[in-house]
Design a protein around this ligand. Structure first.
Ligand SMILES: [Zn+2]
Ligand SMILES: [Zn+2]
Length: 456
């Protein structure tokens, strides 16, 4: 370790108890995306106690602040996500919610970074600035609630990071990083990991519409929306063999349930799903097939179907040079054998950090400390020191390497990065084209149908 790295370790360790306290507090106060007001208030108080002036997003949770070195140079964005998951069966759920994706650990680490940057000598020799961003709503869940927020004009996008991009929060940033929590089993003794990237995704709400009637006495007077939905999903499943490996498409429809009774033909069945894939082009291409299949199923049953598609997240692609730098920093912190970076590994989940890497170089890596299954009821934090304290140290090691020596390394990574989109407005325009609202099957008085399932 260099003298500067030893100072970073010392500066974080000086604030270790605050980080560990924050981890426990945030774990105990989980709230889902765009409602994380408790975490927002807690972290706001802690940041302000450290002497930070914050800008609040205001009508949604989230805030940011900039640490300026006083010397010109690039601006590095560091994210800490705020949101939890809806998972009522988790033994430690609070009001049906739990941090079983460990986003709470990101808030604790961000606080640790903020505290360490206030310690004497922390910014010596650095150029440029660091923007610390507490961001809501990474998990793209509760699509109906978010659609309500959208209709009220509170948000435009489902994901917190793309919403912050839309609001201009990232306009002054040049490069970005974040650390997500991870679970490693007892036979997987490592502290940090990272893959090449993740699938992008889009969000779908599908509503099959039928006609209610007596299920025993007069089913002939009804139209069974549940059967239409089942037929639609069967057709989508049969299309899976037309999907290509290279696109890593994932379609995982979940029936959301409706108000039903055993003696009434259901007149509505709602489904939520994502279409995930390796490129936005593949997502859009395959989604069109799924929409056609769902439309055909509604027509077969004499039902209707409302299709509502919304932008999700862009594919996340890590900059190679930046990833190598992060790997080196992790190894310098915990040792070569405790770091697992894989430069070809592609994850089929999605993160709105992908929206960030669409326009600037970025790396999202993982710090261990949890056990169990991510998004599962067996997910717990067993080593908050690895999860949060190590995470803060590693991120500060990376910030140091990027911004030391007139920020020469950061400047080089930024100059060589070839983003998918040249600007945030260009990216937003591209994903806006995903939005679709169609009543896909309409019938005339003779029972002839008109189908309309795509934007033309
Ligand atoms: Zn998650
Ligand atoms: Zn997550």
């Amino acid at each position: 370790m260099t003298n500067r790295q030893e100072l970073i370790v010392k500066n974080v360790d000086a604030n270790k108890q605050m980080i560990l306290d924050a981890e426990r507090w945030l774990w105990a106060h989980p709230q889902t995306g765009y409602t994380e007001w408790e975490a927002n208030a807690y972290l706001t108080e802690k940041f302000e106690a450290l002497g930070y002036e914050l800008t609040q997003a205001g009508n949604i949770p989230g805030f940011w602040t900039t640490v300026d070195t006083g010397k010109p140079g690039p601006r590095l964005a560091i994210f800490g996500e705020l949101d939890a998951l809806d998972i009522a069966n988790h033994p430690e759920s609070v009001n049906g919610m739990t941090h079983c994706c460990a986003h709470h650990g990101q808030g604790a680490a961000l606080l640790g970074i903020a505290a360490a940057l206030k310690e004497p000598g922390a910014l010596d020799g650095l150029s440029g600035s660091i923007k610390l961003i507490a961001v809501p709503a990474e998990e793209m869940i509760q699509l109906a609630f978010r659609e309500d927020l959208r209709k009220q004009g509170i948000i435009k996008y489902n994901g917190g990071k793309v919403e912050f991009m839309y609001r201009g929060v990232l306009d002054d940033c040049d490069i970005a990083m974040m650390v997500h929590g991870g679970a490693a089993g007892p036979d997987e003794a490592f502290d940090f990991s990272c893959g090449f990237g993740f699938n992008g995704c889009m969000a779908k709400t599908i509503k099959f519409k039928g006609k209610s009637s007596h299920a025993g006495g007069a089913p002939h007077l009804g139209v069974n929306a549940q059967y239409a939905a089942m037929l639609g999903l069967q057709a989508c499943n049969d299309l899976r063999e037309t999907l290509q490996e290279k696109d890593t498409i994932r379609f995982h429809p979940i029936m959301m349930g409706v108000n039903v009774a055993v003696n009434i033909i259901p007149d509505e069945m709602k489904i939520e799903s994502y279409v995930r894939g390796r490129t936005l082009e593949a997502i859009k291409r395959e989604n069109k097939k799924f929409n056609r299949a769902l439309t055909g199923a509604a027509l077969a049953m004499g039902a209707g179907v409302e299709l509502c598609d919304r932008p999700g997240y862009a594919p996340e692609i890590h900059d190679l040079k930046f990833m190598q730098l992060v790997e080196q920093c992790c190894k310098e912190l915990v040792g070569d054998d405790r770091v697992k970076f894989n430069y070809t590994d592609w994850g089929t989940g999605s993160s709105d950090f992908g929206d960030i890497t669409c326009v600037m170089p970025g790396v999202q890596f993982f710090s261990m400390g949890a056990v169990g299954t991510g998004h599962g009821i067996d997910y717990f934090i067993t080593d908050p020191n690895r999860l949060c304290v190590n995470s803060a140290k590693a991120q500060l090691f990376v910030a140091e390497k990027l911004l030391e020596n007139e920020a020469v390394v950061a400047k080089e990574i930024i100059a060589n990065y070839k983003p998918e989109f040249t600007s945030i407005p260009e990216y937003l325009k591209a994903i806006d084209e995903i939005s679709l609202d169609k009543d896909a099957v309409t019938y005339d008085e003779n029972g002839n149908a008109k189908v309309d399932f795509q934007n033309i």
